[in-house]
Design a protein around this ligand. Sequence first.
Ligand code: PMV
Length: 418
Amino acid sequence: MVLTSGDLCSSHWLSLLGFPGAMLSEVLLVSAPGKVILHGEHAVVHGKVALAVALNLRTFLRLQPHSNGKVDLSLPNIGIKWAWDVARLQLLDTSFLEQGDVTTPTPELVEKLKEVAGLPDDCAVTESLAVLAFLYLYLSICRKQRALPSLDIAVWSELPHGAGLGSSAAYSVCLAAALLTVCEEIPNPLKDGDCVNRWTKEDLELINKWAFQGERVIHGNPSGVDNAVSTWGGALRYQQGKISSLKRPPALQILLTNTKVPRNTRTLVAGVRNRLLKFPEIVAPLLTSIDAISLECERVLGEMGEAPAPEQYLVLEELIDMNQHHLNALGVGHASLDQLCQVTRARGLHSKLTGAGGGGCGITLLKPGLEQPEVEATKQALTSCGFDCWETSIGAPGVSIHSATSLDSRVQQALDGL
Ligand code: PMV
């Protein structure tokens, strides 16, 4: 069904979706951002600081309570729809989900979930992990209810998947926030007349804890930085497992470019380790220098506040250039990333790779005052190289809940995609 903006601004569309008036408040629309690493990729593996920032490309989730005794999950981006009978799920012995606030998905637990899910042997990996993370969060969070709820859940994303932009974390964060809210473990922060709102610090902590467990189902042993950025938004500093939020980081406009060159994070991380072992005197100072770049960037972002000065942008650009050269020296560059840097450099803009490198994505800082035709021309030039390119911002808000009746155009587009 395609909803028009007229439909969305009235209660008419909710009745079209089969909702009696009394249940309006139970439709939840949640969104959570992806992430990019601003500085510190690879160095972070060796104990240095990384700065991770929320990317304003978001994942959207719509949760509608049902009365048909089913749990429906649809993920239109990867073309899947699943349905389970609540009665069957209710009969399952879920004692394997330990009691306690937040259960940990051990490998045995994930194996049990596979039996429950009824996943076919030839199920694609992405599909099976998305379904397992959903079932884990649904069964764990809703098991405290007298009866498991019948729900229709659809999740749609603006984030390309598998590009190192934290799409799985945004998925887990949306699921955790919506399920905790529908089960009244945390209150719905949306008040009458609000278009969008966020949860309290304590509630966000609980969302983040559950989202981390969803990430563990999907990734095994993730660092937790992706779900933290998606939950809290803004900018985070990450070092040796310690995560802290930067106070009032500015929202910076960027171009995010996906070179679409596939890369393997594990291989690239191993390559840097080998280079460090082979040339310790050369590579260790590079890592120390990247650490200093992250710290200097953190300092400048802290000073930028709400009225950034042109000189501060010049510093950010220099830091981007220096880090890109260091990353090349570490051996994680790629011809496609060189091309991205050259195309943007020719237009006076500065770019670096983000994430593992070897292809994948890059970011370009957009200075304030840059004319829109110039931004469009740069996007066009990058698209003609065969890349995907988005104009977006970093330092975006974390997980948020949106009103169903006063939607902005992006939420509306997300709903159209469901
Ligand atoms: O896989 P990506 O593109 O999100 O990047 C991983 C970042 C690294 O620093 C290269 C690896 C890591 O585990 O931090």
